[in-house]
Design a protein around this ligand. Structure first.
Ligand code: CS2
Length: 488
């Protein structure tokens, strides 16, 4: 399928873009389906110079798609019944990738007051082991040794060079707003930014610590990668070509710590919850949604399902999900004020079942080594501290171990995308005996807390789940859960 450019014209901006106040790093599909939509709503309801300059340190794809359209694009809401397109105009402009010096200059001249981020877990170069910046990361080492005009590879490096520039000019800093699925994402961002700054110049580290605000946020909207089909559908329906179109579910939730010394858009008028702490929202969302998403991604992929909707439609998978929430996850989650967790998880299952959302298990399976700790292992650890086993989550972990082994149940190769893919594969290949494979993978310190890695019962639970997956396959193991888990 391809687009006939003579048949439909390209989407272009009509009217003047909003004056910018935000620089957003990581202008991928999630940002376009979430941050830019909330900001569009906020500008429409309350005005303000809060347009967004979009920027990627390295990737040209957003620039190539959005720049010819003057930054405008279409966000399509996919409900089970309808596809509803809406043109989003909150992006003021798109910076070409690279050119960090120019972008830092733009922060100064355009009076950018917020730099927001959707850079995925690995973009932070955070080490959970040290609770700070991963100083062994080769890109961090490169950024620490180079000047900004020689190219910046990491977001912590970019933020520090930008803040240093403002400090040197005697200007006020910007607020840094992390919008990634990490617990305490503001505190993590502060830790890596201050860590980088202190390596460069301790006084800069102190200035950032005293002057820069890093509110934490909880973000939620299911946004599968755009497909060619989505682009064609839109061209047929709306009569224009928009390669930057994004598709997303109707649901959205944004909880934000209200700590913006230099102002912010009226995101509250767009439905965002401005709160004093997002910790409870974040734990709820990471464990209930992302935890089961990852469980469904590995088990669903191994069972041969392409999407989350296909997985939860298969026998036993929805029951397995319900079991995970009711018996293992929700008991560890403190409810945010005014939130009923049973209603929350019931709504989650409906969101997963939305047949219009074709969210690939392979997409969610990416970067598991960066996701498992906060999505699944933190829950297992909390349960262990109370003396409880987690057979369902152990099955999800075993499915991840099967997945990173790189071969599916039909013997075909899996395209494992993970910054640690090579190490995971070699740990998996280091033994033929399944119990030894599990033991080898448990030595990944970036993934498994020593309390888990050294727990004989946890290791036995994961090994027994791994053996079941090996002998019966994922579809049968899920279908007969928890009977087989109890009998093994
Ligand atoms: C998903 C998330 O890709 C993934 O890992 O679990 O992107 C998920 O769809 C969002 O967090 C939903 O808000």
């Amino acid at each position: 399928m391809s687009i006939d450019a003579t048949r439909v014209p390209r989407l272009t901006r009509k009217g003047v873009p909003p004056k910018p106040g935000i620089l957003h790093i990581g202008p991928g599909a999630f940002f376009r389906a979430f941050n830019a939509v909330y900001t569009d709503d906020a500008i429409q309801s309350d005005g303000g110079n809060w347009g967004i300059m979009a920027y990627s340190l390295r990737s040209a794809s957003a620039f190539d798609m959005l720049d010819p359209q003057g930054g405008v694009y279409t966000a399509v809401t996919l409900s089970p019944e309808a596809r509803t397109p809406r043109v989003i105009t909150s992006i003021s402009g798109v910076c070409p990738p690279g050119n960090p010096k120019e972008v830092i200059g733009l922060i100064e001249t355009q009076d950018i007051r917020i730099v927001s981020l959707t850079i995925t877990e690995k973009g932070y170069c955070y080490s959970a082991q040290t609770g700070g910046l991963d100083l062994d990361h080769p890109d961090i080492q490169a950024d620490l040794s180079g000047a900004p005009n020689e190219g910046i590879r990491t977001v912590p490096g970019f933020l520090v060079y930008a803040l240093k520039h403002l400090k040197d000019l005697g200007r006020q800093p910007f607020t840094v707003l992390s919008c990634d699925n990490l617990p305490a994402n503001g505190r993590v961002t502060r830790a890596v930014v201050e860590g980088f700054a202190r390596e460069l110049d301790p006084a800069l580290g102190d200035w950032i610590s005293q002057n820069v605000s890093f509110p934490s946020t909880m973000v939620d909207r299911i946004t599968p990668a755009t497909t060619l089909d989505d682009i064609v559908h839109l061209a047929d329906k709306a009569g224009y070509h928009d390669p930057a179109v994004v598709v997303h579910e109707p649901f959205r939730q944004w909880a934000i710590e209200d700590n913006f010394p230099h102002g912010r858009p009226a995101w509250d008028k767009a439905g965002a919850q401005m709160v004093s702490s997002v910790d409870a929202h974040e734990t709820m969302k990471l464990r209930c949604l992302n935890g089961t998403h990852s469980a469904l991604a590995y088990l669903g992929y191994m069972a041969g399902h392409e999407t989350i909707a296909d997985s939860v439609a298969a026998p036993g998978f929805a029951d397995f999900c319900q079991y995970l929430w009711a018996s293992e996850i929700v008991p560890t989650v403190p409810a945010p004020e005014g939130q009923d967790l049973n209603a929350y998880t019931a709504a989650l299952l409906e969101r997963y079942q939305n047949p219009s959302i074709r969210h690939r298990t392979w997409q969610i399976a990416m970067d598991g080594s960066q996701k498992l700790p906060q999505r699944i292992l933190a829950t297992v650890l909390d349960r262990m501290a109370e003396g409880h086993a987690s057979p369902g989550l152990s099955l999800a972990i075993a499915a991840w171990m099967r997945y990173v082994g790189g071969v599916d149940e039909a013997g075909a190769a899996i395209d494992v995308r993970d910054p640690n893919a090579a190490r995971l594969r070699s740990l998996s290949d280091s033994a033929t005996d399944p119990a030894r494979k599990v033991a080898a993978l448990l030595t990944m310190r970036e993934v498994f807390d020593p309390k888990l890695a050294q727990s004989a019962t946890f290791q036995a639970d994961v090994t027994s789940a791994y053996l079941q997956l090996l002998h019966y396959g994922a579809a049968q193991t899920v279908l007969h859960f928890p009977d087989r888990a109890a009998s093994s």
